[in-house]
Write a protein that binds this ligand. Structure first.
Ligand code: CP
Ligand code: NVA
Length: 303
């Protein structure tokens, strides 16, 4: 086996700004190639193992489809029916999978578990979402903005709602890509302090959602209770009530502002139906771009 350390993608900080820009451009190219029905199979016979400890629709389907379209294949491994769910250490799983597959995608709760798996893996490990980050979604979001509005550098993005994994990845993206991120979360629900360090000059905390959205080029939100926080859903609905992205709030953004949500969404909670199903919403392009952006990522890590 190779002794060279593989490139992992555990958060956006694993990429340089130049690499991130190239990935976005490549995602756009791969999308055009797919639209033209061009066959592009650089990953023939290559296999991606996908380890899931949480539910997924988009991540699973986009990675699996990406591998098939690139000429390889993907194996879905649920924690419930692998030995991981029965206590096999992730370090051992990493070493075993590395001997068989070409890359490992992991969706888990604890970011530290992902780091431990990556430390023992001899093949690239991709973060398919942890409680701390969701970097693959950011690749799709950035691609979507660039397709609709051109470069995001210098623009203003408003994050409204929970200071969760998506918010953390937006903070990293702001630092890497040079946009201003205004964050409005209820007191006590903001992003973890240490996440902002590298992007401190790009990030501004706002007390009110109106302050964050005024003049923004992009407005983004996410569920109020993430996977694993189901028991808090009721209490969170009360706390977050003033933080719904509705038509009134969105009207404060620039006239050409876009709305994004990584999905799944709860209409009537974090976003009104009028906004998510309205003319400024690009959520379906955003969801589709998971496929193209991750194809660019797989090519980058594997080819
Ligand atoms: N946005 C996203 O990651 O969706 P899934 O949970 O369906 O994968
Ligand atoms: N913040 C959400 C994102 C789902 C894609 C969660 O972690 O459940």
């Amino acid at each position: 086996m190779s002794t060279r350390r593989p490139r992992h993608f555990l958060s956006l900080a694993d990429l340089t700004p130049a690499e991130l820009s190239r990935l976005i451009e490549r995602g756009i190219e791969l999308k055009a190639m797919r639209r033209a029905r061009e066959t592009h199979e650089p990953l023939k016979n290559r296999v991606l193992a996908m380890v899931y400890e949480k539910s997924s629709t988009r991540t699973r389907v986009s990675f699996e489809t990406a591998m098939i379209q690139l000429g390889g294949g993907a194996i879905f491994l649920s924690a419930h029916d692998t030995q991981l769910g029965r206590g096999e250490p992730v370090e051992d799983m990493a070493r075993v999978l590395s001997r068989m597959v070409d890359a490992i995608m992991v969706r888990t709760f604890d970011h530290d578990k992902l780091r431990r798996l990556a430390a023992y893996s001899e093949v690239p490990v991709i973060n398919g979402l942890t409680d701390r980050h969701h970097p693959c979604q950011l690749l799709a979001d950035l691609q979507t903005f660039v397709e609709h509005r051109g470069p995001i550098a210098g623009k203003t993005v408003a994050w409204i709602g929970d200071g969760n994994n998506m918010c953390h990845s937006y903070i990293e993206a702001a630092g890497l890509y040079g946009f201003t991120l205004r964050i409005a979360c209820p007191p006590g629900y903001g992003p973890r302090e240490e996440i902002g360090d590298a992007a401190a000059s790009a990030v501004r905390r706002c007390d009110r959602p109106q302050e964050a959205v005024r003049g923004a080029d992009l407005v983004v939100t996410d569920v109020w209770a993430s996977m694993g926080q189901e028991q808090e859903s009721h209490a969170r609905r009360e706390v977050f009530r003033r933080f719904q992205v509705d038509e009134n709030l969105l009207s404060l953004a620039k006239p050409e502002a876009l709305f994004m949500h990584c999905l799944p969404a709860h209409r009537g909670e974090e976003v009104s139906a009028g906004v998510i199903d309205g003319p400024r919403s690009v959520v379906w392009d955003e969801a589709e771009n998971r496929l193209h952006a991750q194809k660019a990522l797989l090519e980058f890590l594997l080819d």
